[in-house]
Design a binder for this molecule. Sequence first.
Ligand SMILES: Cc1ncc(COP(=O)(O)O)c(CN[C@@H](CCC[C@H](N)C(=O)O)C(=O)O)c1O
Length: 426
Amino acid sequence: LQPNTTWSTSSNLSNEKSGHCTSVPRNANMEKLRSGYLFPEISRHELEHTQKSPHARLIRLGIGDTTQPIPDIITSAMAEHAHALSTVQGYRGYGAEQGNMALRRAIAETFYRDLGVKGNEIFVSDGAQCDISRLQMLLGSNVSVAVQDPSFPAYIDSSVIVGQAGKFQEETGKYENIVYMKCGHDNNFFPDLSTTSRTDIIFFCSPNNPTGYAASRQQLKQLVEFAKANGSIIIFDSAYSTYISDESPRSIFEIPGAKEVAIEISSFSKFAGFTGVRLGWTVVPEDLTYSNGFPVMKDYDRIVCTCFNGASSVAQAGGLACLSKEGYRALTRVVDYYRGNAEIIVDTFASLGLKVDGGRNAPYVWVRFPGYSSWEIFSEILEKTHIVTVPGRGFGPGGEEYIRVSAFGHRGCILEASRRLKNLYK
Ligand SMILES: Cc1ncc(COP(=O)(O)O)c(CN[C@@H](CCC[C@H](N)C(=O)O)C(=O)O)c1O
């Protein structure tokens, strides 16, 4: 489905097989969604291509899914925990919905040392994507939302699903009631807050997916002040913070005052290869309150207890091992491996004279093809080089003319992709 494909309205559909329809009305918000969720769409295009070219050696630099094995010290910890479940003394049932306290403390110690974030403010989950949806349940439909443009599609799609968004506007490619904060080359990937409308919620991802840009300390200070002045809540996504290689803040809580205006979501997916194991966390500070002074953390705890029975105990055992000295050191080597891939990809496109962003503080490289639709570039690269990327338009109108190239891959594949791309565009 191209981005402007409208899904059939269910009003005139009938069940082809039996002809029977239920009398249950479809959620009107689901009807507002413009097309399939971006990443399954990429997988669909990939499948179509492999059916057309069954002998092609496909190189997947599209969906940001890790490829390198998880270090043995971590998988052994998971295996040991799993095996203990087969013994009477080792068996454990439900854990705390908020997560294993030892893991909560280890996350606080590893990522928020000296930032005043405590274990009880950290809610362990089955991933940041799931936490985005749980936060949307927490916030409800009567809040206004701002997102970076371009940004990870889950923020907008979940806003549409919970009813925060209005209709989709064909001419602008945007949903009504959502503020799109342009973050591109001409504004150093940071919105002009002096002209940005107030919203209750501000989704902010840094390092940003898809541009790979990590906001500076000065920029994040402005963002926190902006949120404070407007009485807004920042939902800060730090899923790629471990890829930051310069002085950019890794957490919004490095900014003074952030604990009164921000929630932070993060994940073991991209630094620990836990994309399939499923483990993440959300920080909801005790100091964060609603307009009536009620603590947000209390409601989030209620959501977690009512809608989520806690992350897998096996995944949490793995998470603890990730944060051990030896485990974290081993994972840093894997992150460095992907960083090396990103460098090769950046150099490849730069050598072709193309405008390249990202790759330095994130495992995503953002490449501009002026005057071309991003879906055209995506299709041309797929057809001619059998390399899967992601069309920038899938991340919002601000992504038009761009593609996102993921650095998650085996080094040999990255080098082969570089060769093919140079061949195509030299
Ligand atoms: C900014 C940001 N925040 C959260 C996530 C998901 O983290 P999680 O793995 O749930 O802990 C992601 C993962 N995004 C990837 C994987 C996408 C494909 C997966 N089906 C998904 O939709 O999350 C991508 O952009 O290619 C992200 O970029």
